[in-house]
Design a protein around this ligand. Structure first.
Ligand code: NDP
Ligand code: GDR
Length: 345
């Protein structure tokens, strides 16, 4: 019998890559999607086949992490061997504006799914993956951050994910559930959400390069992140659930780069060199060829509390899962730039 997986957040970046990976491994994949007033399945449409046209291994169910009865029904109907809880209000800045909703979907939503497993008496047969995050480290106690580094979240998102992390650990310890946290550092791709900084930059650079936009407005250029490729990271999620014992793992590249550096490299992909002038909110990025200020600071993008530096140590994942990131920073930006230039036509 083909193994069965249930993915919440299947319409997001990671959900799409994970669905593709699991289908390629012969899984039957069930995905939870939210009802929306316009189509929200663009990232997985290429994987989907209308059931009227024959047997399909990808099946979709309406649902929401804020709706416990719905989650119980979906878990009962799909009888999954593996559940990947990727659904979340995943934008850190947005979480400052919607803290209660973020806590509800990201924190309590995880509890609801775990409770669904318990209520249905499935703790012995289901394996559970929780999408935990490097945002848990927040104001970092050490660099690089590893599984033993203390947490100090700096946003409503981080705080909600902290609850989700610990409730996952608790269900593992209390009920023997095979439940693992992947503490994933930033991972990107050509299908990254358009308002995360990497994709915002690559789309804007493509638009500026083709004369459709004049200026890219950003917030904190000095923030350092450990950026990998989402395709690598979903492989790591799957490997966690194939282990005999559940555990918590950092997935990261081990390399840190600033937002400023990301901007420079993205422009370099289209043959432009940026020099920086001014300081603070008056800093501008000048295109050396034209002399135009094509990058400016908009303080609206500053966060009430910022996470300045995240760099991960994935040596435990390497040791136990045989996992390591395969895409370099340069290759990631080139791939994203190529896709956004192609998309703009
Ligand atoms: P996305 O924002 O691209 O996708 C989030 C998914 O969750 C979407 O499918 C979204 O649906 C769905 N969703 C949001 N709220 C709800 C809800 N209340 N009920 C059901 N579904 C909901 O995130 P990513 O794919 O980038 O990330 C996947 C997970 O991993 C998230 O939990 C994120 O917090 C976490 N994470 C991500 C990292 C990254 O760098 N990408 C790093 C570490 C952790 P819709 O399409 O309708 O909006
Ligand atoms: P992050 O990703 O907060 O790390 O969360 P994001 O790309 O939003 O920000 C990264 C850094 O860039 C700075 N920044 C800007 N960010 C955005 N979005 N827009 C801007 O204009 C801008 N200018 C500067 C930010 O201040 C920040 O320091 C992502 C999400 O995927 C989470 O769900 C996940 O848990 C973490 O990564 C790991």
């Amino acid at each position: 019998m083909a193994p069965t997986a249930l993915i919440t957040g299947i319409t997001g970046q990671d959900g799409a890559y994970l669905a593709e990976l699991l289908l390629s491994k012969g899984y039957v994949v069930h995905g939870v999607k939210r009802r929306s007033s316009s189509f929200n399945t663009g990232r997985i449409d290429h994987l989907y086949r209308d059931p009227h046209d024959g047997e399909t291994r990808l099946r979709m169910h309406f649902g929401d992490l804020t709706d416990a009865t719905n989650l119980i029904r979906v878990v009962q109907e799909t009888q999954p061997d593996e559940i990947y809880n990727l659904a979340a209000q995943s934008h850190v800045q947005v979480s400052f504006e919607t803290p209660e909703y973020t806590a509800n979907s990201d924190g309590l939503g995880t509890l609801r799914l775990l409770e669904a497993i318990r209520i249905l008496g499935m703790t012995d047969r289901v394996r559970f993956y929780q999408a935990s995050t490097s945002e848990l480290y927040g104001k970092v106690a050490e660099t690089p951050q590893r599984e033993t580094t203390p947490f100090y979240p700096r946003s409503p998102y981080g705080a909600a994910k902290l609850y989700a992390y610990w409730i996952t650990v608790n269900y593992r310890e209390a009920y023997g559930l095979h439940a693992s946290n992947g503490i994933l550092f930033n991972h990107e791709s050509p299908i990254r959400g358009e308002t995360f900084v990497t994709r915002k930059i690559t789309r804007a650079v493509a638009a500026i390069h083709t004369g459709r936009q004049d200026t890219l407005y950003l917030g904190n250029l000095d923030a350092v992140r450990d950026w990998g490729h989402a395709k690598d990271y979903v492989e790591g999620m799957w490997r966690m659930l194939q282990q005999p014992e559940p555990d918590d793992y950092v997935l990261a590249t081990g390399e840190g780069h600033s937002v400023r550096e990301f901007v420079e490299r993205a422009f370099a992909c289209v043959g432009r060199t940026i020099t920086w002038k001014g300081t603070g909110i008056d800093e501008v990025g000048i295109d050396t060829r034209s002399g135009d200020a094509i990058v400016r600071i908009d303080p609206r993008y500053f966060r009430p509390t910022e996470v300045e530096l995240l760099i991960g140590d994935a040596s435990k994942a390497k040791r136990n899962l045989g996992w390591s990131a395969t895409t370099t920073f340069a290759a990631l930006i080139e791939e994203m730039m190529a896709a956004d230039i192609k998309a703009i036509g």
